[in-house]
Unconditional design. Structure first.
Length: 315
């Protein structure tokens, strides 16, 4: 357990009315990891984060941050985490710089240290020129930058980002990716939820997929893709024989193209081409369609990431 930044044991949350948002989940997030928690809306992602950060009361089970129980040692546990939630939450009567200094003060930083950290965050997120503006004077993208800066201003060892790039432009998204990689390389543990599949694949060294309050699988993106994903090979040929046998591979065909599902398209492709050559079939074009984390998500939850972003329910 000493190597775990976050340890969750049989964590259960039942809301009033009997809705079970979390069903005895177990989850370990190693120190220094970049961990993605993925799942459909209503699957339990935000409830899990809420319990970790003290925003939601658990029903049973336990959770700890750096060995500190989030219930019995809540002050110590919360001081170790920085949270950027989905919903923007600012006091509109303070300037951006004042907001960051106040946030640092909540976590015990002195006024001078808080001001130094605030200025660093303003510079890092391109907000220096907006330091004396209030949140209502900022664009949506600028507000999102401030939200993330608030999570980082007290320099926590654990950073929790709930949909951090939702609604931001591509430039800001990639700027944030670079900064998060930099923080992770320095030893920060990052827990990320996201609806952008390329974000999880690009950033996370490990992911867990949660559905209906249960962890359904966990592993590195490549492990999940190789074991649960299904790619395919598309081969365009001049004239498909009436009775073509490609055993042990199955295939379907549309017009003059063969569609061959396989979990190992790169290694199977030369074998299939060799077999077709032996059958004296003239090959015009070969295309590999690799599996992705999106395919794994769809297979396990029955929903695609694109479909999920259209939902508004969030549990």
């Amino acid at each position: 357990m000493d190597q775990m930044a976050i340890h969750i044991d049989k964590l259960t949350k039942i809301y009033e009315g009997g809705f079970k948002a979390l069903d005895a989940i177990d989850l370990d997030i190693p120190k220094g990891s970049f961990f993605g928690l993925l799942g459909p809306n209503g699957a339990g992602k935000t409830t899990t984060i809420g319990i970790l950060t003290g925003l939601v009361n658990l029903t049973s089970g336990s959770a700890a941050a750096m060995g500190k129980d989030v219930v019995n040692e809540f002050r110590e546990a919360r001081s170790l985490m920085g949270l950027s939630p989905q919903e923007l939450n600012f006091d509109v009567f303070f300037s951006i710089r004042q907001l960051l200094i106040l946030q640092a003060g909540y976590y015990g930083l002195s006024k001078d240290r808080g001001a130094s950290r605030a200025d660093l965050m303003l510079e890092r997120f391109g907000l220096t020129e907006k330091a004396n503006n209030t949140a209502r004077e900022l664009s949506g993208g600028m507000k999102r930058r401030v939200q993330i800066a608030k999570a980082l201003v007290h320099d926590p060892p654990i950073i929790i980002l709930d949909e951090p790039t939702a609604g931001v432009d591509i430039e800001l998204r990639h700027m944030l990716w670079d900064y998060l990689r930099e923080l992770n390389a320095k030893g920060k543990t990052i827990l990320l939820t996201t609806h952008y599949i390329e974000e999880a694949e690009a950033l996370c060294d490990r992911v867990a997929i949660i559905d209906q309050g249960k962890i359904v699988t966990e592993g590195s993106p490549q492990e999940l893709i190789s074991t649960l994903g299904t790619g395919s090979i598309e081969i365009k040929i001049h004239d498909i024989p009436a009775e073509l046998n490609l055993e042990p591979w199955s295939f379907s065909q549309s017009e003059n193209t063969l569609h061959i599902p396989t979990s190992r398209p790169e290694s199977d492709m030369p074998k299939i081409i060799n077999l077709l050559t032996q059958l004296e079939v003239s090959i015009e074009e070969v295309k590999i369609c690799k599996s992705s984390l999106e395919d794994v998500f769809l297979k396990l939850t029955g929903r695609s990431f694109l479909e999920d972003t259209m939902e508004i329910k969030n549990v």
